[in-house]
Design a protein around this ligand. Sequence first.
Ligand SMILES: C[S@@+](CC[C@H](N)C(=O)[O-])C[C@H]1O[C@@H](n2cnc3c(N)ncnc32)[C@H](O)[C@@H]1O
Length: 278
Amino acid sequence: MNYRHGYHAGNFADLAKHAALLVLLRLLREGQKSLRVVDTHAGAGAYDLSDPDFARSKEAEAGIKHLLSHNVPDNLRPLADYVRAKNAAVGFHTRVGLYPGSPVLTLDHLRADDDYIGCELRPDDYGLLRARVEPRGHAIQADGYAIATEVAKDSDDHDLLYLIDPPFELPGDYAAIVTTLAEVLDLRPDARALVWLPVKDLETLDSFLRHMERDLEGADIVAAEVRLRPLWNPMKMNGCALVAVNAPEGFAQTLEAIAGDVVAVFGEAGGVAKVQRL
Ligand SMILES: C[S@@+](CC[C@H](N)C(=O)[O-])C[C@H]1O[C@@H](n2cnc3c(N)ncnc32)[C@H](O)[C@@H]1O
């Protein structure tokens, strides 16, 4: 496994994903049951943006640092305010030295009775994840797809939210997401999920969405595309997509607004935000 999220932490794609995750958590906190969040691909929990190795990619500079040094649009403001507060709490008042990943962001927005399970395979990032989430949350060094189904078997007293955010180093991730969600929804038709995907070319995303539509019959599926530029060069990451399964009322509109704001801040000529319900 070559992928290490530290090189990409705080880039535009993280911002789109984490802004959407914040909205989902806010809506789900209104539920009666306690919430269990399963982060199938958790990463290191939070990222030190001054790490010279990671900083070399300049992705945080073009992402969160760029965002916080400009007028922040409305739908990215909750995330921007949270990242600023998180930095201030550790003494970074004038610069962004830390970027909270999905584990830390989620734990910071759960109620006392809610719980968090994060899966990470890399030994180095698993060690960091564990240090950052335990004992409040639970870190597991295991395949997140397998854990997703196990948790669905044993969570009757919880609402379930899955965050599925693989590195897509292997083409098998697309099929694994659909298979895992089909198994989870078989056990728990009310489970919810937010899936992150890269957008390079249209064919790959379209084929993934067709499989979701075919194999997750009965689920409510909303897909948002954040295209920073036209998809002329399929070797480049031209944007990202967020696919929500069984999202609560009101989420789709906010997702569309977030996608629009990300394109407005980070997009080039020909960039576009699109949302469709499958
Ligand atoms: C895109 S990063 C996760 C970022 C994180 N969700 C966030 O938003 O802060 C994907 C992570 O998944 C890990 N990974 C890859 N395959 C995995 C698997 N099958 N199960 C669990 N973790 C995996 C990688 O090592 C990497 O740290």
